[in-house]
Design a protein around this ligand. Structure first.
Ligand code: ADP
Ligand code: ASP
Ligand code: MG
Length: 411
């Protein structure tokens, strides 16, 4: 008998009908003999609706109170699923994060899990109950409700699986696995049988929101076997594995990630003296703004142009910090661009293959897409391009790296 944690996302519990369907599925698994802990998201759209309600009161809701309201979405679904299970004769009980005692730090809206008390859950499992836990939420040392950031139910699932030493954590969603890229953007995207934690972490960090970044970090750290599956279609899904060997037959690139969440800022005509980068980025980091990509160009007149990207939500703030810096250090001007996108190719195969970046640049050049910034690591290459070319770029790269699914017969 195995202990499985099953997490169902927002669309999978988006209506009463779907919740009844999930209950049927859980019942079947339970009857097969496994011990089950089920983690749920709020109904799809509900978290956005709750945030919107708060924003109707104030532009900047107090983070603690925002957590009190957004955590209610998951409280609704866990009760509904538990009722649906009991109606089917399956003993079940629901718990909020506080009731389990998923202890987090006090960073409201983006809290980190510190500790999980597994006693209650273990006792219920022993009594033969299915335990249904609210995803996305926890409680801090002061007893305040916290939430784990958008998409945080994935992390609840993985953290519970780690705490309970579950045999597998299954993430059920509206796609039947992790694809070479978002199948909503590239219909030819292919499901991956396996992907390494390292690659999945890069994919998630670079914009593939199929799994929350922290859930992948957690799974890697505690070596939790993690699988992404479709909620209502049978299939093997995608296994996230620690073992690079296992995915050796995969091509050099495992996937393509992209995001539209960044904005670019350039400070022009900066006197080129030692310490320039610190003078520019020091005040940015002192304002708690995270910087992603950085490029510095040296021009002929002993000045330099310095460009970096930040999250789009922080663009205005970063712009005004940079204006101040420009005045102080005698730079010529500050310009910005919010209509950019970042496209990244990811794969552990890059380590052993040369020429991957140039193949990427060639594919973009063929489509006349201008590259504005580049950054690389051992297993990824990212470029910033004009946002309007994003989909074209992703499709071109998908084809160039031979990731397209073979056309089905008759197509
Ligand atoms: P849930 O509500 O179940 O947590 P999400 O919307 O958070 O579901 O994640 C599933 C979605 O992630 C898919 O519908 C898909 O559009 C998107 N997605 C982005 N990149 C990928 C990828 N590489 N593979 C699969 N899905 C992806
Ligand atoms: N309901 C939360 C959100 O929409 C958490 C989750 O679905 O994972 O972000
Ligand atoms: Mg999600």
């Amino acid at each position: 008998m195995a202990l499985i944690v099953q997490k169902f996302g927002g669309t999978s519990v988006g209506s009463i009908e779907r919740i009844e369907q999930v209950a049927e599925k859980v019942k079947k698994h339970r009857e097969a003999g496994d011990d089950l802990v089920v983690v749920l998201s709020a109904m799809s759209g509900e978290t956005n609706r709750l945030i919107d309600l708060a924003k109707q009161i104030t532009d900047q809701p107090v983070p603690r109170e925002l957590d009190v309201i957004v955590s209610t979405g998951e409280q609704v679904t866990i009760a509904l699923l538990t009722m649906a299970l009991i109606k089917r004769g399956v003993p079940a009980v629901s718990y909020t994060g506080n009731q389990v005692r998923i202890l987090t730090d006090s960073a409201h809206n983006k809290a980190r899990i510190l500790q999980i008390d597994d006693q209650k859950i273990r006792a219920d499992l022993k009594e033969g109950r299915v335990v249904v836990v609210a995803g996305f939420q926890g409680v801090d040392e002061h007893g305040s409700i916290t939430t784990l950031g958008r998409g945080g139910s994935d992390t609840t699932g993985v953290a519970l699986a780690a705490a309970l030493k579950a045999d597998e954590c299954q993430i059920y969603t509206d796609v039947d696995g992790v694809y070479t890229t978002d199948p909503r953007v590239v219909p030819q995207a292919r499901r991956l049988e396996k992907i390494t934690f390292e690659e999945m972490l890069e994919m998630a960090s670079l914009g593939s929101k199929v799994l929350q970044i922290r859930s992948v970090e957690f799974a890697g750290k505690y070596n939790v076997p993690l699988r992404v599956l479709h909620s209502f279609k049978e299939g093997p899904g995608t296994l996230i594995t620690i073992d690079e060997e296992e995915s050796m037959e995969q091509p050099i690139i495992s996937g393509i990630a992209f995001n539209r969440d960044e904005a670019k800022l350039t400070i022009r005509g900066v006197p080129d003296t030692p310490g320039v980068a610190f003078k520019i980025l020091g005040p940015i980091s002192a304002s708690n703004i995270e910087v992603d990509m950085i490029v510095q160009n040296v021009s002929h007149d002993n000045t330099t142009d310095f460009t970096f990207t930040v999250h789009r939500n922080e663009y205005e703030k970063a712009h005004s910090v940079l204006e101040n810096t420009a005045r102080e250090i005698g730079a010529r001007e500050v310009v910005g661009d919010t209509k950019i996108a970042k496209v990244s190719i990811v794969g552990v195969g890059m380590r052993s293959h040369a020429g991957v970046a140039s193949r990427m640049f060639e594919a973009l050049a063929k489509e006349s897409i201008n590259i504005q910034m580049i950054s690389t690591s051992e297993i990824k290459v990212s470029v910033v391009i004009e946002e309007k070319y994003l989909e074209l770029a992703v499709r071109a790269l998908h084809t160039a790296f031979e990731l397209d699914a073979p056309a089905r017969q008759g197509e």
